[in-house]
Design a protein. Sequence first.
Length: 303
Amino acid sequence: LIKRSFSTTTARNVINNVTVIGGGLMGSGIAQVSAQSGNTVTLVEVNSDLLKKAQSSIANNLSRVAKKLHKDDPNAAQKFVEETRSRIRGATDPTEAVQDADLVVEAIVENIKIKHDLFKALDKAAPVKTLFASNTSSLSIGEIASVVNRKDRFGGLHFFNPVPVMKLLEIVKIPEQSEETYQAFLSWGKSIGKSCVTCKDTPGFIVNRLLVPYIAEAIRMLERGEASPRDIDTAMKLGAGYPMGPIELADYVGHDTISFIMDGWHQKFPDNPLFKPSVSMKKLVEEKKLGVKSGEGYYKYNK
Ligand code: 3HC
């Protein structure tokens, strides 16, 4: 009876207060788009320096959005930035930050042990109503959720970089996830302006399962000396209509991230040739040439 009375109309208002754990590229983007659409947001980082860095990156990205929204009205643009920023509160204690959360989105380092420690603590600290989600790119949602009691209120909410621009949100189901939770994720995703797709908890979900092997093959093509980085990128932009070529995209996402994904999958599925780690990418990571964020990857960038 209770289940039936929980309509999607009710679900629309379930999530208004969001806690985002991790203020990196993804976490600050998630905090930004949540606040832009009216949610109250608590953004958690490990210390106040990192929190400041995240807040200033949000301010920069909000100005870009504001310029677009209010092209001819600088006052309205400024008001938009200020109002959105005022909805984002910073915090350094994750358990304190979830006290009144409707939804927690975790976007911290891709380490299962650290995620487990975090979610164990959050499960104790958060109210019963709080839904939990992970923005992991490559780890299993079920494995992350294994340490919490609220598996019915757990799922993957996977965003794409740059979060304020990319329209997609992948909603990842696990078998224990309730229909109410799924509907709440879906309504919230739509309310923050994303188009949602739903998928099972498999390596890479939909996008990364296709994108990462594609990038890896482009890099193998480069390693085999079959074409230059510039020509591979131009080919895929002009021949397949992609906004960025695969080598540019690898630099954009970061070689640390892509290597981490490939290594994890390779360990789990050693016989799958699509997941074979790339030699040249490993070398770049060792040399700390991580791509755009470090100033150099396969290409060089002005920092
Ligand atoms: N915040 C706000 N706005 C931003 C932004 C940001 N961080 N980055 C770009 N924009 C806006 C710009 O203001 C601009 O707006 P306008 O067209 O209205 O003026 C628009 O986006 C386009 O930006 P630019 O003109 O600077 O540059 P491009 O036209 O080259 O677009 C791009 C940049 C949107 C990044 C485009 O190249 C693109 O879509 N690239 C592919 C990105 C992609 O594939 N992402 C997915 C990576 S995989 C992933 O994230 C999964 C993870 O798990 C690994």
